[in-house]
Design a protein around this ligand. Sequence first.
Ligand SMILES: [Zn+2]
Length: 262
Amino acid sequence: MEESGVDPSGLVPVLAVSGGMNVKIYVVCDLEGTAGVADQIHQCSFEHESYDDRHRPGEFGPFYLQARRLATLELNALVEGALAGGATEIWAWDGHCRFPAGLDVELLHPACRLVMNAGDGGPVGLDGSCAALFLLGLHAKQGTPAAPQAHGIFPGKTWNGEDVGEIGMTIATAAVHGVRVTFISGDRAAVREAQAFVPQIETVVTKEPLFTHVASVTEVVPVLSLAPARSRELIRAGATRALQRLGEIPAPPRPPFDPSAA
Ligand SMILES: [Zn+2]
């Protein structure tokens, strides 16, 4: 692996996003925060008997394959934007449960490589050779008000006195490796959750809540979604900006726990 130029102090602009250097980025993907995706049972479920008794093992939610395509097209838009911003190597990891998970590999942008068979416990292969980590299609942690499909608290893990969800655990993993977290897309609550750790993060809000209570992951709640085509435009532009602004974004502070031990 080529040296990324990550500065251990977390304060110095990382690298010129040009000039022949390898600029490797890592994209953590999830399905729930994708524009046009709002229903856990019908769009995000496969082989989840525990969600309800309407699905048998191996049976997909009826719109799961469409949701997966929408998520993959958002990833491809991110890849296009990152390439325009100077990325030279792009890895993506699918955090939406186990295979077949939340991406359609047949549609994957040719400049992106996919981490496969790595489970859903965290971004396998992320290390200090990565110049930046991107969060795509994320949802908020369980218990968050006005957060559609929120789930995923890690029991006993707190950061700044708050329970940590998938966003916090991923940012903690990036922090362990000194990797800047430069971009998030997802619903409004997911974006706010990431901003609590990285205030300077580049953001795309794909969905606004039209409710205020704490909803369960499978609860069907009203949201206002961007058109997927519009979401992709914003993600493409945001990914470019995220790399152009890399020097403004400090590495996240290392939390008082080791996510690798989770
Ligand atoms: Zn998911």
